[in-house]
Design a protein around this ligand. Sequence first.
Ligand SMILES: Nc1ncnc2c1ncn2[C@@H]1O[C@H](COP(=O)(O)OP(=O)(O)O)[C@@H](O)[C@H]1O
Ligand SMILES: [Mg+2]
Length: 319
Amino acid sequence: MNWVSPARLNAMGILGMNRRNIQLIAGHNPRRLYPLVDNKLKTKQLAAAFGIPTPTLRFVVTAQHEIREIRKKFEKIEGFAIKPAKGFGGKGILVISSFRENAFIKTSGVKLGEKDIQRHLSNIIAGLYSLAGTPDVALVEDIIQMDPLFNGYSYQGIPDIRVIVFKGYPVMAMLRLTTKASDGKANLHQGAVGLGLDIVTGKGLRALQFGRPVLVHPDTRNPLDGVNIPDWENILNLAAGCHEMTGLGYIGADIVLDKDRGPLLLELNARPGLAIQMTNGEGLLIRLRKIEAIAGKMRSTRERVACALDLFRRDQKSS
Ligand SMILES: Nc1ncnc2c1ncn2[C@@H]1O[C@H](COP(=O)(O)OP(=O)(O)O)[C@@H](O)[C@H]1O
Ligand SMILES: [Mg+2]
């Protein structure tokens, strides 16, 4: 994007880093609640208590001495993801799709030996990928089975849907597609494609990779128009329910669509990135202010989603 003056960005309602950090994150996300989302194990436990489905947790590796005997545990599962509980931005996540002839095979086809897996677990526990560099634990969960809907749209990995939820109301969404560059992870900084989604309908808007517009998926060459997420309201309900679950006023919920289990909560972010605005061609501020104006009343999750859909639908009609 060309340089645009701060005054112009403001007029467009683009939310900047300072305001996000000061007003939204500090103002709506009490610090004591951060561990609930900065630690994926805690998020999973909390989600289970609230009846929110997540990818199945197989086991947790908490100490270096457990690593030597780990192979037996892995042989029992067909595909899995290893991730640092306190990781972020896709760092330290290893997605293994199968185990054949003594090799663990990544979604990219690259083969890893037992030693590689052990080293990776050891690095996670030592805190190599943890937010503050503090010791961590490694989660091993089932691999998500991609909904065939995304065939041709995602390369060697599982796309996820990021929904920004403000005071429990969904305000903006984006689909993140894995690419060769992103190594099977749907994180924008790793090279995933972000495709804005119409908050009212779940239809694709515009796509960016590394901050630049793209019209086709960089690896599959599939055109990126025509994306239309089915069962959209259900996905918004799942995301909006994470407000009650955490008590956080401003969150980014990452949701995946599993072929067999349907929408699952992958993780929550208390400091969601701002690039979502570029994929929507619209700033967050105007939408946040509109929610602010209606959010006083107590409403159930479903009522809030219906309310937000109504509000943004009316906006679209009048513009
Ligand atoms: N169980 C899994 N199966 C397949 N892919 C996964 C799994 N867990 C994570 N991924 C991939 O890694 C990405 C990042 O995972 P996530 O749990 O959101 O961690 P982070 O906090 O690092 O973003 C996901 O968007 C997805 O593409
Ligand atoms: Mg994530």
